[in-house]
Design a binder for this molecule. Structure first.
Ligand code: NAD
Length: 423
């Protein structure tokens, strides 16, 4: 009888764990070798997360043509989805004639939340907390002299009272400038450190002490102008603006609009070893901040009837800490980008999100998404059907021509081609 109850699994070496998984799942030697290959991570993999058996590589592509604030960048993108890197590169090319992307960002301020319950008098507690602001900030900053030395640290305090189904709660926000870190560990440590003092001031009980992923004080934005002649005429400009208004008025479309943006954003976030769940959570929460789920981008026409796009979203990214400083490929990707601060990285990623959105909207508003997507998708289908070497391109050609990019058809085509070859 197989069991998944494996006490002490974490104490084993990755090789020993792999053997258990092999026996459990009936894996062959080839599969074991593929799973256990940690690539550029090598032995570090085993120290990054728990119960490691191997690594899960993703293709790494380089998006080209990006000019951001007058400087050229090569952008590493780690993603499994075909056509994203090509679309970003193409969009960046179309942005160049009008100056590429202009970006900006706010200071890297993250919010640490401290939840206080059973407060006898919420209003008095609010006043008392604000009176003690400097002492609270000092206690927080004692926990991270390094960050303070760099000019960061806890800078301000907000106090909110919220009503919930289980009674009112006092929510303290610790605003921390995290400089070049994503900041979760730094902020969580500070939030935990000030909790006893906050209980003392409020007379309540502190429950949660944790960073908020809705980083409304840590925003990055980008803007680009796409000349109407370059993108296919004023009809295309109008088509893209109409598509944008569709997303603005309909959450079903808006989810997909923002997904297209995140295709680009996540790919660079992952390539740089950053926390893509944190970025995703922040992006979608920010998209809903006005009480309605809205696009992260904005599209309009300027006085010369060219297309103007802007994007703004919270981007909590780090160059120090997290996996960025550990993962060997992430470190190389940071070098390729040539960024020196987390803000610069956030601005580049905002530009990529805007480029990705432009590419998707342009494709949708003109030929439809499938044309460009299909030949790339067909490659994966052909490989999944078992095509190798030169047969991959032959299968792709036939599938795309027939507009039947399906695995069953790919197998038939492959079979026919193999028979032809033998004959
Ligand atoms: P970290 O604690 O490893 O690094 C930050 C520390 O590095 C700072 O506190 C500072 O002391 C030091 N430092 C040195 N040079 C610095 C510089 N130039 N700028 C800023 N700090 C500098 O990492 P972190 O960024 O605090 O935490 C990131 C990790 O936390 C990620 O792995 C993330 O996945 C994880 N995490 C996320 C969440 C969440 O998003 N909700 C929750 C918990 C943990």
């Amino acid at each position: 009888m197989k069991t998944s109850q494996l006490s002490g699994f974490y104490k084993l070496s990755s090789k020993e764990r792999l053997e258990i998984v092999r026996d459990f799942a009936g894996l062959n030697e080839e599969e074991i070798a593929a799973l256990g290959n940690t690539g550029s991570l090598g032995k570090i993999a085993d120290r990054m997360i728990e119960n490691v058996v191997g690594a899960m590589p993703l293709p790494l592509g380089i998006a080209v043509n990006f000019m951001i604030n007058g400087r050229d960048y090569l952008i590493p993108m780690a993603i499994e989805e075909p056509s994203v890197v090509a679309a970003a590169s193409n969009a960046a090319k179309m942005a160049r004639p009008k100056g590429g992307f202009q970006t900006s960002s706010t200071e890297p301020i993250m919010i640490g939340q401290i939840q206080v319950t059973n407060v006898p008098d919420s209003s008095s507690a609010q006043v008392a907390l604000l009176e003690q602001k400097q002492s609270i900030l000092d206690r927080a900053n004692e926990k991270d002299p390094m960050l303070v030395k760099l000019g960061g640290g806890a800078k301000d305090l907000e106090v909110r009272v919220i009503d919930t189904a289980v009674g009112p709660m006092v929510i303290v926000h610790l605003l921390v400038n995290v400089k070049d870190a994503m900041g979760a560990n730094a902020v969580n440590t500070m939030a935990e450190a000030v909790a006893p003092f906050i209980e003392h001031i409020t007379g309540g009980n502190v429950n949660l002490r944790i960073i908020s992923n809705l980083a409304t004080y840590r925003l990055a934005s980008a803007r680009a102008v796409f000349g109407k002649e370059i993108i296919g005429g004023e009809e295309v400009v109008d088509g893209i603006i109409s598509a944008y208004h569709f997303a603005k008025s309909d959450p079903y479309r808006c989810a997909t609009h923002n997904k297209g943006i995140m295709n680009g954003i996540d790919a660079v976030v992952i390539a740089t070893g950053n926390d893509f769940r944190a970025v995703e959570a922040g992006a979608h929460a920010y998209a809903s901040i006005r009480g309605q789920y809205l696009p992260l981008t904005h599209w309009e026409k300027n006085e010369t009837h060219d297309l103007v796009g802007t994007i703004e979203l919270p981007l909590a990214l780090g160059l120090v800490g997290g996996a960025t400083a550990v993962h060997p490929t992430a470190k190389i990707n940071i070098k390729i980008l040539g960024v020196k601060t987390a803000n610069e990285l956030a601005e580049i990623i905002a530009a990529v999100g805007l480029a990705q959105n432009f590419a998707a909207l342009r494709a949708l508003a003109t030929e439809g998404i499938q044309k460009g997507h299909m030949s790339l998708h067909a490659r994966n289908v052909a490989i999944a059907a078992g095509a190798q070497g030169e047969l991959i391109d032959k299968v792709v050609e036939i599938l795309v021509k027939e507009k039947q990019v399906r695995i069953d058809r790919a197998k038939e085509v492959l079979n026919n081609l193999s028979l032809e070859k033998k004959a």
